[in-house]
Design a protein around this ligand. Structure first.
Ligand SMILES: [Zn+2]
Length: 287
């Protein structure tokens, strides 16, 4: 059984030390990490957890900072970790498309080993997920074979820190329809967007859209992942924990319990992420 966690978050060590200062300059960071009880993990913590929990590796993002200095510190740490733990940490870099330099940064990050961007929070950073920069980002990702991980949240239900500011289910489907060649991952089971996969023309047009299970145990009932597999197909669902918010081991066990077919369990709990990120590396990516 291959366990690979498709949705984790780490910070630079310097950012962990400055978390309270950063919280005074970034309201979304403050909402999620202002509480001292919220864990701010580094790549070293992540690797220790993966080793303990029996995971091969993880797709790792940072946080959607608004300001350039934090973006730079975050990306440097992430790319260094990906280099140090090659094949175990797959880095999704952080960009802010509302800054004028975003495109240059994005190209540089891809040339430096980033495998995509995320977890994208357009509303928190001040850009429109259906605006010109978003379309340019989708085209850039498609050209490089890079992935876009979107924070998805429901327009209904209970609130939680950091819920809003990502993308909603209807916007996500629209963007995926507009960019069928762009690999996208809808976090948190896509916040209900999978319902629209029951429309045959939609399902056929958004084959490059994947769905992760990050934090579903906090949001949905026990059957959500098996329903998602029914709607999206077993090859399109990626186990993700949302580490350090949740334990990879406990959450992969929960997901595995709901998937009785061993082949489906293997695909969702790690096989799909491995084939997406480790077996089909586009030639543009640096060796
Ligand atoms: Zn999220």
């Amino acid at each position: 059984m291959t366990y690979f966690d498709a949705h984790t978050h780490v910070f630079a060590e310097s950012q962990r030390l400055r978390r309270h200062t950063i919280a005074t300059t970034d309201p979304t960071f403050a909402a999620i990490y202002g509480d001292p009880a919220a864990t701010v993990a580094t790549a070293t913590d992540l690797i220790e957890t993966l080793d303990r929990d029996g995971f091969t590796g993880a797709v790792t993002a940072g946080f959607a900072f608004t300001r350039q200095p934090e973006l730079d510190a975050q990306n440097q740490a992430l790319l260094r970790a990906a280099h140090d733990y090659r094949g175990r940490i797959v880095p999704l870099a952080t960009i802010n498309p509302s800054l004028s330099s975003w495109r240059t940064d994005a190209e540089h990050l891809l040339a430096s080993g980033a495998r995509g961007f995320g977890e994208l929070r357009p509303g928190n950073q001040g850009w429109d997920p259906l605006g010109a920069a978003a379309h340019e980002l989708c085209e850039l990702a498609a050209a490089f074979g890079a992935a876009l991980l979107w924070h998805c949240s429901e327009p209904v239900g209970h609130a939680y820190p950091g819920k809003h500011g990502g993308i909603g289910p209807a916007e996500l489907v629209q963007l995926a329809l507009d960019h069928p060649s762009t690999t996208m991952i809808a976090a948190h089971a896509g916040a209900g967007a999978s319902f629209y996969l029951q429309m045959p023309e939609v399902a056929a047009a958004i084959e490059a859209l994947y769905w992760d299970t990050a934090a579903v145990s906090l949001l949905y009932d026990e059957k959500t992942v098996s329903r998602l597999v029914d709607l999206a197909g077993p090859k399109h669902v990626l186990f993700g924990s949302d580490y350090p918010l949740l334990s990879p081991r406990r959450n992969v066990q929960r997901v595995a319990r709901g998937l009785p077919d061993p082949a489906v369990r293997e695909a969702v709990c790690g096989g799909n992420a491995v084939s997406l990120f480790l077996q089909n590396i586009p030639p543009e990516f640096p060796a």
